[in-house]
Design a protein around this ligand. Structure first.
Ligand SMILES: [Zn+2]
Length: 419
């Protein structure tokens, strides 16, 4: 998943080189840094202590080690229940504990990637408020090319694609061709991979497939990512099935609506509700609203048993308070597939299904949002879509065969339709 940012208008594949080292934050050392020192050397004022996450760490162990009351961790987890930012503690990432003069915890920060930081800020009543800080990013494109030698998987890996990217490509083109049966040795492919980059020129680690072109004999199979997050062929026809609106076969009463500005009934502070609550009796089958990959399952003290599903990079769905999870992490699921039974786990006032839909990293109202249910690029956007396709195809062709830069006239760019 990644959050918006501007696409670069014209990718420059020839000059873009991704340095794998740039993915590693240089702020990886643990230690203390004091905001101010007295003349006699004793610490005064706010203190920040970094903790680098190690494999197998749990928050409760870290808090215990730091002698922070468990009740504060509970309050932090409560503030995180609409975000689940602390659910995946990636080894190497840094937690920053901030204290006041009396060594009371006042804030907990987690750097999610070079562009994103979440903070949990303590309030007077000891509850915490979740804040996310994002810096500006843009996307830079890189073109990877290869030929089929052996399986598509092996050929893709050899070209420099990640395992997840090869899986996404297979998924994108699977309705057009049978990878096992149709591909021949020597068939060529080019893939445009976008990398999210901060203004300080650091890669955030988020990538996306922006275009793919696969030539099989006289046939060319293409897929292009458009602004709406969906993939289309060169004619603007959607190549993936549309999303279902509801995660249940029946429609249930909405017991609590999507509300990013919701006020907490007790504290009166802003406490967003990032999904819709559907009044499902425990045991109601829950289905994935789109084709995707299960990225996370877990059990959260407030969110209960939950599932996160990534739908080809631009979209994510989330299902909370489940009674039974029927999928595994990493599993590919189909639209409409039963993934769980609804329940009443976590902190709830009764059985229900909390369902979220995220577009480019941001929660939207799943019942009303403009999610891709359309089968093709809207007519009014077709001209700009075709001009993007034209440009991407020319760049991919140039990367595959540098000589074609000279040989290919500007008007032949879209001459690759298979029909
Ligand atoms: Zn809810």
């Amino acid at each position: 998943m990644w959050v918006s940012g501007k696409s670069t208008a014209v990718p420059t594949p020839a000059t873009f080189k991704l340095d794998p080292q740039s993915l590693v934050s240089d702020n990886s050392s643990s230690g203390q840094n004091q905001a101010s020192n007295d003349s006699d050397g004793t610490t005064k004022g706010p203190l920040a202590v970094d903790y680098e996450i190690r494999k197998g760490d749990t928050l409760s162990e870290i808090f215990e080690e730091k002698d922070i009351p468990a009740t504060l961790l509970q309050h932090i987890l409560e503030a995180d229940s609409e975000y689940l930012s602390l659910e995946t503690l990636m080894p190497g990432k840094v937690l920053t504990f901030r204290y006041d003069d009396q060594h009371n915890l006042t804030e907990l920060d987690l750097q999610l990637d070079p562009a994103r930081k979440v903070s949990f800020v303590r309030q007077d009543d000891d509850s915490f408020v979740h804040q996310q800080v994002e810096s500006k990013t843009h996307w830079e494109s890189q073109i990877l090319t290869g030929e089929i030698r052996g399986s598509f998987y092996a050929s893709g890996m050899k070209a420099g694609l990640s395992e997840a990217q090869v899986a996404s490509l297979s998924h994108l083109l699977k309705n057009k061709l049978n990878f096992r049966r149709d591909l021949r040795a020597g068939d060529a492919f080019a893939v445009m991979v976008g990398h999210e980059i901060t203004q300080e020129d650091q890669a955030t680690g988020h990538t996306r497939i922006e275009a793919v072109s696969l030539s099989r004999g006289k046939h060319v199979y293409n897929a292009f990512l458009y602004d709406d997050g969906n993939y289309y062929d060169e004619n603007g026809e959607s190549i993936l099935p549309a999303f279902l609106r509801w995660p249940t076969t029946r429609h249930f009463r909405v017991s609590s609506p999507f509300n990013p500005k919701r006020l907490h009934p007790v504290t009166g502070r802003r406490a967003p509700h990032n999904g819709v609550d559907l009044a499902t009796p425990t045991g109601t089958p829950v289905r994935s609203t789109g084709d995707g990959v299960v990225t996370r399952i877990g059990n959260h003290p407030y969110a209960g048993k939950y599932i996160d599903i990534d739908h080809n990079g631009s979209f994510e769905t989330r299902y909370l308070h489940l009674s039974k999870i029927m999928v595994k992490r990493g599993e590919r699921v189909k639209r409409g597939e039963k993934i769980a039974l609804s329940g009443n786990t976590g902190r709830t006032t009764g059985p229900h299904l909390h369902f979220e839909f995220h577009v480019k990293g941001r929660p939207v109202n799943p019942l009303t949002a403009d999610i891709p249910t359309a089968a093709s690029v809207p007519r009014k956007d077709l001209a700009s879509f075709k001009s993007q396709v034209h440009q991407q195809l020319a760049l991919m062709r140039a990367a595959t065969d540098p000589a074609s830069l000279v040989a290919t006239g500007p008007d032949q760019g879209s001459d690759t339709a298979t029909n």
